[in-house]
Design a protein around this ligand. Structure first.
Ligand code: TRP
Length: 334
């Protein structure tokens, strides 16, 4: 048995990964696979919790997401990649945990509340959607994960997971489940290209890894900068300036970036120039990802093989946790 700390992380499979995901935690995971026992969950079941009537939105994106991970450097010999819907223990654990969490506690979860508002679910919340923090607790605990690299929007999920862990352990009378902690990205959350709405590929306000240089140029050009920066010599504002948010996340030469910022704030640096710097930076970042992604997508059989292998490995560990819970509850008679 390896002594490395166990990481579980994942993304809903409702669309391709975009630069927001990379800055959020996906690039961090590439580093973490060197030092940790890491599993990435392709959360197709969670993706269905708000797309129950449109399963294609999820099914069509499963391999997209796997290709995205592999193209940025997730190495399946170091990171286990698995598919949530093929791990029945997660669904079973969700059922057990659902009995020790109240509906009002779920309704109080700040992330769920926000999403209910944004998705217009006010009076018509799918039961599965309200329940997804419980299902996420099942994901995390089933793998005995103690470290969860996520964006800050996921903190309420970690908190709720630990509540479930403590309750379940006290019911069972011994520490069958482990508490976990989050690992937050050191990069601030990336805004959408217009700086206002939620990132989504269909709205054209995000940057996915299959973007061509020509498309990238268009996307960078339409990034929101500063409405009051009317001429080049006027002082410009960094806060809320999408170009600088992306530079903060991805531009490697931090000393030069500090100079660019000072120059912009002082006046004399145009948005055309800052966008040119960003475009070059993003072309350098994305080109190798796009090429690898294209190759990967041309052999879907191989992507499926990777996902199947990781899932089979995960079936064992998650099944063991589920059995421990059944034993702890006195249900495992045979
Ligand atoms: N909730 C995460 C998201 O919206 C996806 C997710 C599902 C997850 N299960 C998880 C993240 C377990 C970390 C650990 O992107």
């Amino acid at each position: 048995m390896s002594k490395k700390e166990v990481i579980l992380t994942g993304d809903r499979a409702t669309g391709q990964l975009h630069l927001g995901h990379l800055a959020g935690s996906v690039l961090k995971r590439v580093e973490l696979q060197e030092t940790h026992d890491q599993t990435i969950l392709v959360a197709d079941m969670q993706g269905l919790t708000d797309n129950g009537h449109d399963p294609k939105k999820v099914s069509e994106n499963i391999l997209n997401v796997v290709a995205d991970y592999l193209s940025v450097g997730i190495d399946p010999t170091k990171t286990t990649i698995c598919l949530q819907s093929k791990l029945p223990a997660l669904a079973e654990l969700t059922m057990f945990y659902s009995n020790i969490v109240t509906v009002s506690r779920l309704e109080r979860n700040p992330t769920v509340r926000n999403e209910i508002k944004n998705k217009g679910f006010d009076k018509v919340i799918p039961a599965g959607f309200l329940n997804y923090p419980i299902s996420q607790a099942a994901d995390i605990t089933a793998f005995n994960a103690t470290l969860i690299p996520v964006g800050d929007d996921q903190l309420p999920m970690i908190e709720q997971t630990n509540e479930i862990v403590r309750k379940m352990n006290s019911i069972v009378g011994k520490p069958v489940l482990s508490e976990c902690r989050s690992l937050l990205s050191d990069m601030p959350r990336l805004p959408s290209l217009d700086g206002k709405t939620k990132m989504s590929k269909s709205a054209g306000n995000t940057i996915t890894l299959d973007v061509t240089n020509k498309e990238l140029k268009k996307l960078v050009n339409k990034m929101y900068t500063d409405d009051n920066h009317l001429t080049i010599d006027m002082p410009g504002q960094i806060e809320g300036n999408v170009v600088f948010s992306y530079l903060d996340a991805f531009y490697k030469d931090k000393a030069h970036l500090a100079e660019l910022k000072a120059h912009y704030q002082r006046g004399g640096l145009g948005d055309g120039q800052t966008k040119k710097v960003l475009l070059e930076c993003l072309i350098e970042l994305i080109t190798p990802f796009r090429k690898r992604r294209q190759e990967l997508m041309s052999d879907k059989g191989e992507l499926i093989r990777v996902l199947k292998e990781g899932t089979e490995k995960s079936q064992i560990i998650t099944g063991e946790t589920c059995e421990k819970i059944k034993q702890g509850l006195g249900l495992s008679l045979f």
